[in-house]
Design a protein around this ligand. Structure first.
Ligand code: CDP
Length: 228
């Protein structure tokens, strides 16, 4: 499944555990492409909401993925996508998308569709990919798997600080509620629940900066022989 020549660094973990910043730093340092797999789930959620669909109605969601055209693009070592020719940009970070994405991510047809698309991003070259099931399902054969975690309160603080005023969240408690609800759905769903991949190193980043975590991973990769 994994093209032997392509190296994948798989970084999983719950919401706002620092995966994006860390995966980005690691990708930059190694000269690999960066893939935020959650943005793909958010992209489909954005499209569903824009079409006025009921995201809890699986039939409507499945019909959407069958009719839409989603394409990957790799630009300046960041892999992203278009849906029916459009790039959603920051709209995938809005509160409505945030509140509905876990419903969409629980639909097994959506997961099959996106797992295929995410695996196919290996055609662009070596990858640092972050998400919920990268080490367990998307690239289970990866030799380089990490699971980032942090206390929920710390994760909510980090997420609140990176949100813009337009995001719709009033305060850090509203963010904590939303993260907690989403974590619960992500860990208890039937299809590819969030779990620690076999062979993954668990890193608790509660009292570490993203730079510290990235340095730690890079040191590991170096000692495993990667030219970091
Ligand atoms: O940024 P944050 O960690 O809050 O979330 P994200 O990585 O953007 O992912 C948004 C949602 O997509 C998650 O809450 C999951 O429901 C889903 N997701 C998933 O199911 N599998 C992935 N590989 C990535 C994201």
């Amino acid at each position: 499944m994994l093209n032997n020549e392509v190296i994948v660094v798989a970084i999983d973990g719950p919401s706002a555990s620092g995966k994006s910043t860390v995966a980005h730093l690691v990708a930059d340092r190694l000269g690999f492409n960066y893939v935020d797999s959650g943005s793909f789930y958010r992209g489909i959620t954005w499209k569903a909401l824009r079409e006025g669909l009921d995201t809890a109605d699986q039939e409507q969601v499945i019909a959407l993925i069958n009719r839409m055209d989603m394409q990957c693009i790799c630009r300046e070592r960041v892999v992203t996508f278009t849906i029916d020719g459009e790039e959603p940009g920051d709209q995938i970070r809005s509160q409505p998308v945030q509140e509905h994405v876990s419903d969409i991510a629980a639909v097994s047809e959506v997961r099959t569709f996106l797992v295929g698309m995410l695996r196919d991003t290996a055609r662009f070259g070596h990858l640092a990919m972050e998400g919920r099931d990268i080490g367990t399902v998307v690239f289970p054969d990866s030799m380089y798997k990490y699971y980032l975690d942090a206390d929920p309160e710390e994760r909510a603080r980090r997420r609140f600080n990176e949100l813009t005023a337009e995001s719709g969240y009033e305060d850090v408690n509203a963010v904590l509620d939303s993260l907690t609800r989403r974590d619960r759905k992500d860990t208890t769903r039937k299809a590819a629940p969030l779990q620690i991949a076999l062979g993954a190193e668990v890193i608790d980043s509660t009292s570490m900066t993203a730079e510290d975590v990235a340095e730690h991973i890079i040191a590991r990769l170096k000692s495993a022989g990667l030219p970091a």
